[in-house]
Design a protein around this ligand. Structure first.
Ligand code: DOR
Ligand code: ZN
Length: 338
């Protein structure tokens, strides 16, 4: 039996720049209609000129595909309403990183002083620009996301009109927060639906599964699965596919990030089928995001999958994907782009 998916969206994607961009961008553009593009380049995307230039490099790298890059800026509390108005038409969201918490986030927010953030977040609410947040404190690594929930609550109550997206949630505490505040939403990755900390560090250390936030306990994965599999209307797929060259992963001081983009849809299909919830994949992979990000334009694209073995390549360029060298159960057999 074949499975048809319309206009899949990846609401959290790292495409990088230069050679890496040329390697990875077509792999997403082939199967996804669009993706929210993370701004954590070096230096981060924080001006209109940088955003427009990066967008055209992405369009160049994805030429020949129907693919929409939804652009973001790296949050700074110095953004004024005038500046945001001037960039509004080119911007889908703004990504907030706590300072130093993950790859290229050194210029992020330190301290979370609500009064310091107020002018920019008020302007974003007024202009209906969603705030995407990497929600981790700098506490003990397994507790960072749960500790950050109080910051989400502070943001959600102080800025009730601001759409706040809890990015790549990994814990049951974040899942619980979703239903407490009307303006909180979340993305969920493929890898956090698949693995727990045991898969990363329970046996031989698996650098290609190391990411931020780190995969958590079985009960956390269970909470994520519960909302993803039923396509809870406030959650959407965001791969957080984060490519690093092989030497940066297989080294002393492993870079954080799991590269999933080329096989994400196939493995999601396998997972949703396995849990008898395949009828909800369309909403998780596209419909919910369309409702949450209500003003985005979505190119039409149809993907047809069948239960047919697919051998995952050992590498795409210099990047090792999840399941490298292993066989997954579903293959994409047809793509229709308009
Ligand atoms: O694992 C991660 N990798 N988490 C992030 O938040 C950033 C990402 C990256 O850019 O490599
Ligand atoms: Zn990310």
């Amino acid at each position: 039996m074949s499975i048809t998916l319309d206009s899949p969206l990846d609401m959290h994607l790292h495409l990088r720049d230069e050679n890496m961009l040329s390697t990875v961008a077509p792999l997403s553009a082939k199967t996804f209609s669009g993706a929210i593009i993370m701004p954590n380049l070096v230096p981060p995307i924080s001006t209109k000129d940088e955003l427009l230039a990066y967008k055209s490099r992405i369009l160049e790298a994805t030429k020949g595909h129907t693919f929409k890059p939804y652009m973001t800026l790296f949050f700074k509390p110095t953004y004024t309403k005038e500046f945001l108005e001037s960039v509004r038409d080119e911007l889908t969201a703004i990504k907030l990183y706590p300072a130093g918490i993950t790859t290229n986030s050194e210029g992020g927010v330190a301290g979370f002083d609500v009064e310091e953030l107020r002018p920019t977040l008020t302007a974003m609410s007024e202009l209906d620009i969603p705030l995407c947040v990497h929600g981790e404190t700098n506490g003990f690594v397994m507790d960072r996301e749960a500790e950050f929930v109080s910051i989400y609550e502070m943001l959600a109550t102080n800025f009730p009109k601001l759409k706040i997206i809890m990015e790549h949630i990994t814990t049951k505490e974040s899942v619980e927060a979703l239903d407490k505040f009307e303006n909180l939403y979340a993305t969920i990755t493929l890898h956090h639906l698949l693995i727990t900390l045991d898969d990363v560090a329970g046996g031989m250390l698996q650098p290609h599964l190391f990411c931020k936030p780190i995969a958590k306990r079985p009960q956390d994965r269970e909470a994520l699965r519960r909302v993803a599999f039923k396509a809870h209307p406030k959650v959407m797929f965001g791969s957080d596919s984060a490519p690093h060259p092989q030497h940066a992963k297989e080294s002393c001081g492993c870079a954080a990030g799991v590269f999933t983009a080329p096989i994400a849809i196939q493995v999601l299909t396998e997972l949703f089928t396995q849990y008898s919830t395949i009828e909800n994949l369309q909403a998780f992979l596209s419909g919910n995001a369309q409702n949450i990000y209500s003003n985005i334009e979505i190119p039409k694209k149809t993907i047809v999958l069948e239960k047919e073995a697919f051998l995952v390549p050992n590498k795409y360029g210099d990047v090792v994907p999840i399941y490298a060298g292993e066989t997954i159960k579903y293959s994409i057999i047809e793509r229709k782009e308009i």
